[in-house]
Ligand binder design. Structure first.
Ligand SMILES: [Zn+2]
Length: 172
C-alpha cells in the first residue's frame, strides 16, 4: 500500500525512451488520524515530463494550463522552495484561492491554497531510471486529486468522498 504515487516514475523511465510524458492517477494510503482535511485513503495523480532543455518555465506553464482547464479561468500560482527527495530544486505550488479575494475559511485567510509538490527531476532519479542526466532534464509533480475535487466543488470535508453517503454522491 503506497503512501504516494512517485514510485511510478521509475517504472515510466524503465519502459519509455526519452523524450516522454507520463500521467499516472492512483490510490494512496496513509496511516493517520482522520479529520476534515486528512483521510487514510485518497487519490493522487503523478506527472512526469522528460525532454531536452525542460525547465522550471515548462513546469509553471503546464500547471497553469492544468488549472485553467479545471477551473475554467486563469488561476494565479506561486512557487515556494520545498524539499522532496525525488526533485532538485523542489517546490510547493500554491494557487490563488478561487473562492475569495481577501481570505476565507478554505484558504484560512491567506488567499493561497497549497496545491501540490513539484520540481525538477533529481539527476540521481534519472540515472536510476537509465536516463543520462547530462542529456535530459525533466519536471515532475504529485497532484492531490481529492484536494482538487474539494476545491472544484466547494467540499469542506475530505471524508465525504469515501463516505458512501448517497445524499452526497447523488449531487454529482
Ligand atoms: Zn479563500
Amino acid at each position: 500500500m503506497r503512501t504516494h504515487t512517485s514510485p511510478v516514475q521509475v517504472r515510466a523511465m524503465e519502459r519509455l525512451k526519452p523524450p516522454f510524458r507520463a500521467i499516472v492517477p492512483g490510490k494512496v494510503f496513509r496511516n493517520e488520524s482522520t479529520d476534515a482535511s486528512h483521510e487514510h485513503t485518497f487519490h493522487q495523480m503523478e506527472g512526469l515530463c522528460i525532454g531536452k532543455d525542460v525547465s522550471v518555465g515548462h513546469l509553471i506553464g503546464a500547471m497553469k494550463t492544468l488549472l485553467r482547464g479545471i477551473f475554467g479561468r486563469e488561476i494565479e500560482i506561486r512557487l515556494r522552495p520545498g524539499y522532496f527527495p525525488f526533485v532538485e530544486p523542489g517546490f510547493e505550488l500554491d494557487a490563488r484561492c478561487p473562492f475569495c479575494k481577501d481570505g476565507c475559511s478554505v484558504c484560512k485567510r491567506s488567499t493561497w491554497i497549497e496545491l501540490l509538490p513539484c520540481g525538477m527531476v533529481h539527476p540521481n532519479v534519472l540515472k536510476a531510471g537509465g536516463i543520462d542526466p547530462e542529456q535530459w532534464t525533466g519536471f515532475a509533480f504529485g497532484l492531490g486529486l481529492s484536494r482538487l475535487v474539494m476545491l472544484r466543488h466547494g467540499i469542506d470535508d475530505v471524508r465525504m468522498l469515501l463516505s458512501g453517503d448517497l445524499r452526497f454522491l447523488e449531487q454529482f
